[in-house]
Design a protein around this ligand. Structure first.
Ligand code: GLV
Ligand code: MN
Ligand code: MN
Length: 418
């Protein structure tokens, strides 16, 4: 059995038109479908329609995760689940997350066409706010479904405008009735773009994902003293803008020092100065830090040094600094069994593959708490650029990944037992 590559790519393109915008820098068409916005709602309805057209039974849970179930020959057996997310960052392409969801639906379409009924039921899922771009916590829906984040806490998270997750779920009609406590599936598999340069550079068709690195996000608030830029002597200033800049440089130094090996990633992705005027020393700065490493122990040590620097810079710049940890996940290792199935399927299809650790966070790392879980990566063009409108995997690259997904899902779905 083979999936239909053209149908899959057309489906990615169609979903990519929902929330489309023209990137002012490159002129390329991108996707802006932040979680629980009107665009996300439209995307959700579009995907739900496809699920229903494929004959799947659709349910929505209390955090807005959507599950579409295909009956199995032994319908009481635990299902095999596949999926990902369809929410996006504000400057996305059309592949991140969508390949996992639409790819799993393409698998169902292929099975339907072949009138092939698997022993276990199959469930295709998409999870709420995987990106964390709107409400600040990544993998939110899957973290709630698997018990890491309590529902009440998730419902209470607010976006920059003060709107809560619960209110927005209600507003877009996706506050479902189903309990969020997800019953353990038999297994979970997610197909995703690599979002980096490794596979393409190594000329590999498929990434066998061994796990996901540890991630920590901070949201910092720095308060100083606003003053006239021309008249206030430098010695009298308490400038939180300078403090934030020093933290950003410190992030680069943490990496460059080599004290934390070669795999530390450190980013200040948001920085806002207030009042934000050319001739006024700012009095308030908000910024974010994203720190990642495959080793928990290394990440913890780097964090310790960073926290010490927050204190140092606050004293030296005569400002107050508070930080809030908005996301923190440990490294996650994926099931050996799923890795072997992915590698075996790639080999049987004549595709090259290699093991790879995921640099990005994924819903799969949350599901890994409940059941054997794993991922199939496909390469990306243009250095695997992602979280950017230029994100691109070709039809062939996507089809390779989804064919492997098909093989892995159908193998898992024949396994014995409950
Ligand atoms: C999710 O895309 C992440 O930030 O890793
Ligand atoms: Mn993703
Ligand atoms: Mn992403």
């Amino acid at each position: 059995m083979n999936i239909n590559a053209e149908r899959l790519y057309a489906s990615l393109t169609a979903l990519g038109q929902i929330g489309a915008y023209s990137d002012p820098d490159s002129g390329v068409s991108g996707v802006r479908r932040l979680a629980l916005t009107a665009a996300d709602a439209q995307g959700r309805r579009h995907v739900v329609e496809q699920m229903k057209a494929l004959g799947l039974e659709v349910t929505v849970d209390q955090i807005g995760n959507v599950f579409a179930r295909r009956r199995g020959r032994d319908d009481g057996a635990r299902p095999v689940m596949a999926g990902s997310h369809i929410d996006s960052v504000a400057t996305a392409g059309r592949f991140d997350g969508c390949l996992g969801v639409l790819g799993a639906l393409e698998v169902v379409h292929t099975l339907n066409d072949a009138k092939h009924v698997t022993r276990r039921p199959l469930v295709v899922a998409f999870f709420t706010e995987e990106e964390g771009s709107r409400f600040g916590t990544d993998m939110l829906g899957s973290a709630v479904a698997t018990g890491r984040v309590p529902l009440e806490r998730a419902w209470g998270l607010k976006d920059a405008a003060g709107l809560s997750v619960r209110a927005e779920l209600e507003a877009i009609g996706f506050l479902g009735a189903q309990s969020v406590a997800l019953a353990a599936p038999h297994a979970y598999v997610e197909c995703h773009i690599e979002q980096g340069p490794t596979l393409k550079a190594a000329q590999q068709d498929i990434g066998v994902v061994t796990g996901v690195q540890a991630i920590c996000w901070h949201e910092l608030t720095l308060i100083g003293k606003s003053a006239h830029a021309g008249t206030t002597p430098m010695a009298l200033r308490a400038d939180p803008g300078v403090a934030a800049s020093r933290i950003n440089v410190k992030l680069r130094e943490l990496v460059a020092s080599g004290r934390y090996g070669t795999e530390l990633r450190a980013t200040m992705g948001q920085l806002r100065l207030e009042p934000g005027l050319v001739n006024v020393v700012p009095n308030r700065v908000t910024c974010t830090v994203d720190l990642r490493n495959p080793e928990e122990e290394i990440l913890a040590r780097a964090l310790e040094e960073l926290l010490g620097f927050y204190r140092q810079v606050a004293t030296e710049e005569k400002i107050t600094l508070t930080h809030r940890e908005t996301a923190r996940t440990p490294p996650v290792a994926f099931a050996q069994k799923v890795q072997e199935l992915v590698a075996g399927a790639a080999k049987r299809r004549g595709l090259s593959s290699r093991a790879i650790v995921s640099g990005a966070g994924h819903d799969c790392q949350e599901l890994a708490r409940l059941c054997p879980a794993g991922m199939v990566f496909v390469p990306g063009e243009a250095d695997g650029i992602s979280h950017n409108p230029r994100e691109l995997s070709t039809s062939e690259q996507c089809a390779n990944g989804v064919n492997v997904l098909l093989d892995v899902l159908t193998a898992l779905a024949e396994e014995e037992g409950r």
